[in-house]
Design a protein around this ligand. Structure first.
Ligand code: SAH
Length: 219
């Protein structure tokens, strides 16, 4: 892959081993995806050497690319199959969408910041992620025309679970979303079953805010 190198591949191997497997992520598809996606290409050139470190990084527009472990943990939680259609809210750098696109059939991703949307689209095209479809919009209302989705991932912190996203989840579908205050959230997993919704908590986290009609109302 262009722009990748042995050095970055080694850093990725170490990232998966020391940050992700040790913390208990063991889904083979998730681990393979984390080994493949060139995370350093999704950050600013000046930060490339930090791309595989154990923390989030700024991506401009006051937003961040999540810590690698958080990306892996959320990906595993979605229990993806290779024919799944996935919706992601908060494209940001595009890295998480690329990880999902390594595993699932198709990824629909929505970003409300035009600058980030444009640059992520270029990345997808440049690297060749043709199964990612990006949209510039408010993701809290979902993507009705393409619903229902087998899995939904929200990568910004919400005050509550946006109702349109629950409605757009297929029966048997899984969603992960950080819910809480703007300072700290709990990662919530929602499974839509025949009998109704099943919710569980996957631990504490801290994300930038989900801003929109069914999110935080102020920018
Ligand atoms: N998944 C990203 C990280 C996202 S940071 C990555 O892998 O890099 C959170 C992103 O959510 C920011 O880019 C922010 O602009 C976006 N966001 C916030 N509210 C949103 C909304 N209502 N719809 C779409 N994107 C939103």
């Amino acid at each position: 892959m262009e722009g990748d190198s042995r050095r970055y591949q080694r850093q990725r191997e170490a990232m998966v081993k020391n940050q992700i497997e040790t913390r208990g992520v063991n889904d083979p598809g998730t681990l393979a995806a984390m080994r493949r996606v060139p995370r350093h290409l999704f950050v600013n050139e000046a930060l490339m050497d930090q791309a595989y470190n154990d923390h989030p990084l700024p991506i401009g527009e006051q937003q961040t690319i999540s810590q690698p472990y958080i990306v892996a943990m959320m990906t595993e939680a979605l229990q993806l199959n290779q024919d799944d259609r996935v919706l992601e809210i908060g494209t940001g750098s595009g890295y998480q969408a690329a990880v999902l696109a390594e595993i699932a059939y198709r990824v629909y991703t929505i970003e409300r910041n035009r600058t980030l949307y444009e640059s992520a689209r270029k990345m997808f095209e440049g690297i060749g992620y043709y199964n990612i479809i990006a949209r510039y919009s408010d993701g809290t209302i979902g993507w009705r025309e393409e619903s229902p989705f087998d899995a939904i991932m929200v990568t910004a912190g919400a005050p509550e679970i946006p109702k349109p996203l629950v409605d757009q989840l297929a029966t048997g579908g899984r969603m992960v979303i950080p819910v809480g205050s703007s300072l700290s959230q709990k990662m919530i997993k929602v499974v839509k079953e025949d009998q109704g919704l099943h919710q569980s908590e996957l631990g504490g986290c801290r994300f930038v805010r989900l801003v929109g009609q069914y999110g935080w109302r102020d920018a």
